[in-house]
Structure formats: structure tokens, C-alpha cells
Design a protein around this ligand. Structure first.
Ligand SMILES: NC(=O)c1ccc[n+]([C@@H]2O[C@H](COP(=O)([O-])OP(=O)(O)OC[C@H]3O[C@@H](n4cnc5c(N)ncnc54)[C@H](O)[C@@H]3O)[C@@H](O)[C@H]2O)c1
Ligand SMILES: [Zn+2]
Length: 361
């Protein structure tokens, strides 16, 4: 079992990365949770796969569970109210511990419920999607969508520990694995050149989810994200680099009516961002081509064939990252190093979009 210690200005906790759930009870004991009431929160797809196993491994504890209907459309305050009702029925108190068993939707909502129930009770993350394992379970952002706005209501709140069982990825639909891989590749490009080499040298084994290889990717991503968010826990500057590929990607995600997965849009967005980085003479055309090859190898799209350049450009201005009518775009200074570009010339931005759009001449 690999262990990564995360230190934030407000908390300190471990991330365990392993194969299997057999060390789970031990992790709860190490956290000092003996004798506490536990409540597992999971969604309707994950429950039939892992709930019984996890519950039986925690049989020394008084454990209840709550299953909500899977899907981003249920990431809202109504579902949170259902959680609170269950907590009251089960007489959860300030010492009780919530356990998020599932993807980013489960983790974000359980974290938010933990941050707010009785003004804050502990919670544990057991992320079961690659996206949650490499991205959303680290950093302490929790919350729900509100009136069609993603993550509009939330809190920064850190878990007591994160337990990552990479074996859970075996049941994850292929496109969900690919979507998570896009964020992992992103992490390599913005902050970890060594991880990028590792990706290039071990791509087939990583794609096959070989435990040692995928765990190394997860470990490196958690470490890199933890480093970035520690420098900037409340998102004032550096954390922005995590949005590499996202300014273009969010626009495409919106235009697809959220039919394309987030990671798929980030992959397309990275192709555009690398085009722009090359146009700004930071990285090269060859770097862009290499990135595109890697993303395609992981079955990710790199073009938005159904959308036109002008429409994508306009949509980007609606993105929340627009400040003073100017686009802030995260680009690469070099491979493994990102920065926020506030003054990208319009013609170069449009050329980057044209590179990925469907109306290319
Ligand atoms: N907190 C953060 O910093 C942060 C960062 C990125 C994304 N997010 C949030 O994360 C969410 C997306 O996360 P996600 O992609 O994990 O979504 P998700 O939780 O909806 O999971 C995707 C799908 O996979 C299913 N699933 C989960 N684990 C499975 C498994 N092991 N086997 C089979 N099916 C499984 C789920 O039921 C769901 O249908 C979004 O709401 C996004 O806003 C948060
Ligand atoms: Zn993302």
C-alpha cells in the first residue's frame, strides 16, 4: 500500500493507494475512528458493486448507508436534504463519520454534507472512478450544482483520509476511464514532466490498468494536485493552472449539452491549448502532435467535429474564467510547466480553435 501525506494550511491527512479493500478497517482505526458511527453514502450504480463488501469489512462499526440515484443531475440540495434526513433518522452526531463511496459526484456531495451537518463532521473518501482518484478527491472542494450552475454552492472541506482501491476501476465503463485519464495527462503536462515520460513509456500497461502502473499514475497525480492546491488552497492564483485545457473544454462541454464527458472535452481543449502554446512560441508543434497521439491512444477525442470556430469562441466568453472581457487561458510555458496567459492575441486564439473545430478549411 502506497501512502501519501497531504498537508494543507488547515489540515493534514493521508491518501492510501492500494489494490483491494483489505486494509480499509485498519485505515479507519489509524484515523482514530474506533467506536464511531459510520454512514456510507454511495450512488445507485456503485451500491450493487461495492457497498456490501465495504460494509462487511467495516462490520466492527455501527454502519448505516444511504444510496442516491446516480448522475450529475442529482448533485443538488434536494439530495443533500435527503442525506440530512437519513443522518437524523440514524441519530448521527458530531463524532459520526461519513464515507463517500463512489465517483466525484458522491465525493463532492458527501464532503458538502460533512462540512455542513452539525457545522461539520469528519468524512472519508473512497473514490471509485479514475477522475475521482486522480483529481476530485484531492483539494478539498465540495459542493452541489444549483439552478443549472455547476458547483455553485459548496465549501472547502478536507477529508480525514482518502482510500484508493485501484481495482474498482475494473468495473468502470471504458469512456469513464478515458475521461479520468485526460485529467491525469493534464496533470503531467502542467506540473510533472517525469509523469509525462512515464505515460509515454508505459501507455499500454496504464491503459490496461495494470495495478503498479495505474497506481503510480494515481500517486503522481494526487501528489501534484496536492502540491498545487497547498500553495493556493482557496484558489487565488496558482490553482488556475489546473484549468489547462478547460477554457476551451468547458465551452465544448456546454455546447454538447453535457453529452460529451468532461474529460473528453478537456482532451480536445488541451489540443487547442497546445496549439496556442506553440503559436505563442512557448512549446512546439511537435509537442502538440505528441500530446494528441497520447490522448488518442487513450481513446480520447482531440477534435470537436460538430462545432464551428466562431461558436466555440463566443461560448468561451461565457465561461466563468473570463475576467474583464479578456480570456484567461492556461498555457504551457514549457512541457511540465503551466502559466495563465492574459493577453493571447485574438487571431492566435481563433487559429487554435480552428485547429480543433469542425469547420477547418
Ligand atoms: N472536487 C473537485 O475538485 C472536483 C474536480 C473535478 C470534478 N469534480 C466533480 O466530479 C464530478 C464528476 O466525477 P465522476 O466523473 O467521478 O462522476 P460520477 O460520480 O457521476 O461517476 C461517473 C459514473 O460512474 C459510475 N461509477 C462510479 N464508480 C464506478 C465503478 N467503480 N464501476 C462502475 N461504475 C462506477 C457512477 O455511478 C456514475 O454513473 C462532477 O460533478 C464534477 O463537478 C470535482
Ligand atoms: Zn476537469
Amino acid at each position: 500500500m502506497k501512502e501519501l501525506k497531504i498537508k494543507t494550511p488547515t489540515a493534514e491527512y493521508p491518501i492510501y493507494i492500494t489494490q483491494g479493500f483489505d486494509k480499509l478497517a485498519e485505515s479507519f482505526k489509524k484515523a482514530g475512528f474506533e467506536g464511531r458511527k459510520l454512514c456510507i453514502i454511495t450512488d445507485s450504480f456503485v451500491a450493487p458493486l461495492y457497498l456490501e463488501t465495504v460494509k462487511s469489512l467495516l462490520s466492527e462499526w455501527d454502519v448505516s448507508h444511504y444510496v442516491f440515484k446516480a448522475g450529475e443531475e442529482n448533485k443538488n440540495l434536494d439530495t443533500i436534504s435527503d442525506f440530512y434526513r437519513h443522518f437524523i433518522d440514524e441519530k448521527l452526531d458530531r463524532k459520526s463519520v461519513l464515507v463517500a463511496l463512489g465517483g466525484g459526484v458522491t465525493g463532492d456531495m458527501t464532503g458538502f454534507a460533512a462540512a455542513t451537518y452539525m457545522r461539520g463532521i469528519p468524512f472519508v473518501q473512497i473514490p471509485t472512478t479514475l477522475l475521482a482518484q486522480v483529481d476530485s478527491s484531492v483539494g478539498g472542494k465540495t459542493g452541489v450544482d444549483f439552478m443549472g450552475n455547476k458547483n455553485m454552492v459548496g465549501a472547502f472541506y478536507q477529508p480525514s483520509f482518502v482510500y484508493i482501491n485501484s481495482e474498482t476501476l475494473s468495473t468502470l465503463p471504458k469512456e469513464q476511464v478515458a475521461s479520468g485519464m485526460a485529467e491525469a495527462v493534464k496533470t503531467a503536462y502542467i506540473s510533472d514532466k517525469e509523469l509525462l515520460s512515464y505515460f509515454n513509456e508505459n501507455a499500454p500497461a496504464i491503459k490496461a490498468l495494470e495495478p503498479e502502473k495505474i497506481q503510480h499514475v494515481i500517486y503522481s497525480c494526487c501528489k501534484a494536485k496536492a502540491y498545487v492546491v497547498n500553495q493556493d488552497e482557496k484558489e487565488s492564483g496558482l490553482r488556475e493552472i489546473l484549468n489547462f485545457g478547460h477554457t476551451f473544454g468547458h465551452a465544448i462541454e456546454k455546447m454538447s449539452g453535457f453529452k460529451l464527458l468532461h474529460g473528453e472535452c478537456v482532451a480536445i481543449g488541451m489540443a487547442a491549448a497546445l496549439h496556442l502554446s506553440a503559436a505563442m512560441e512557448k512549446t512546439t508543434q511537435k509537442d502538440m502532435e505528441e500530446a494528441e497521439k497520447l490522448l488518442e491512444f487513450f481513446d480520447l477525442p482531440i477534435r470537436a467535429e460538430n462545432f464551428g470556430t466562431d461558436d466555440i469562441y463566443k461560448q468561451m466568453f461565457y465561461d466563468k474564467k473570463t475576467k474583464n472581457g479578456k480570456l484567461n487561458i492556461v498555457l504551457l510555458e514549457d512541457i511540465g510547466r503551466a502559466y495563465t496567459e492574459k493577453n493571447a492575441p485574438e487571431d492566435k486564439v481563433k487559429a487554435a480553435i480552428e485547429h480543433i473545430a469542425g469547420d477547418k478549411k
